[in-house]
Design a binder for this molecule. Structure first.
Ligand code: GTP
Ligand code: MG
Length: 216
């Protein structure tokens, strides 16, 4: 019997964005299923996976969305970002062009988010040190100037993958707990702002709170 029995659980929407082939889908499969595919195909449309973690004895679920980096394969953009409270903006440390495009991804994210979003810049493929094109320092300084967390990862050898996702999820959680999640006023306010209380399909005992807003 878990501490959380009968309690609330939290469901946060997190999006992964960045150019095609930077490794978004492999970061997601590494985090949620511990799988890596050396021959993965370009994503078409949108997919998501759910992964749970425990924070303060509470079950926190992240619903992590992955879409195509290629423009022509992308589904309706506004729907992809709707309700997101966290984002990983990914580039490939071996391809400078993917780093140069980070600004565009951030602009798109900002244009579509209605609320404060916990954001992390992720330099992926750090196992490919020998053909690195973007230095750690360049990554870190861009992240600092944009006010993002920063981490280099490898979906191939697993380095920092879990850490990166969990850092974003913890940040979202701390953003909302600062607002006294348990105060009735705040809950009422959340409801007004279109936060849906979703009953779990199989288990009516628990409720998932889908936070689609946490503006300051
Ligand atoms: P789109 O779906 O087109 O936007 O691409 P994506 O960002 O989802 O890239 P994907 O995860 O499909 O990975 C693209 C290629 O990079 C695949 O061949 C992966 O095997 C490879 N790859 C992904 N992550 C890593 C990594 O950390 N290291 C190395 N060496 N290769 C990686
Ligand atoms: Mg993909």
């Amino acid at each position: 019997m878990s501490d959380n029995e009968g309690g609330e659980e939290y469901l946060f929407k997190v999006v992964i964005i960045g150019d095609s082939a930077v490794g978004k889908s492999n970061l997601l499969s590494r985090y949620t299923r511990n799988e890596f595919n050396a021959h993965s195909k370009a994503t078409i449309g949108v997919e998501f996976q759910t992964q749970s973690m425990e924070i303060d004895g509470k079950e926190v679920k992240a619903q992590i969305w992955d879409t195509a980096g290629q423009e022509r394969f992308r589904a309706v953009t506004s729907a992809y970002y709707r309700g997101a409270v966290g984002a990983l903006v990914v580039y490939d440390i071996t391809r400078g062009s993917t780093f140069d495009n980070v600004g565009r991804w951030l602009d798109e994210l900002n244009a579509h988010s209605e609320t404060a979003v916990a954001r992390m810049l992720v330099g992926n493929k750090r196992d490919l040190e020998s053909i690195r094109a973007v230095s750690v320092e360049e990554g870190r300084s861009l992240a600092e100037s944009e006010g993002l967390f920063f981490m280099e990862t490898s979906a191939l050898d697993s380095t920092n993958v879990k850490t990166a996702f969990e850092m974003v999820i913890r940040e979202i959680y701390s953003n909302i707990s600062r607002k006294q999640l348990n105060s009735d006023t705040y809950k009422a306010e959340l409801t007004v702002k279109r936060v849906s209380l979703v009953k779990n399909g199989n288990d009516g005992a628990k409720q998932a709170t889908m936070l689609s807003c946490c503006s300051s």
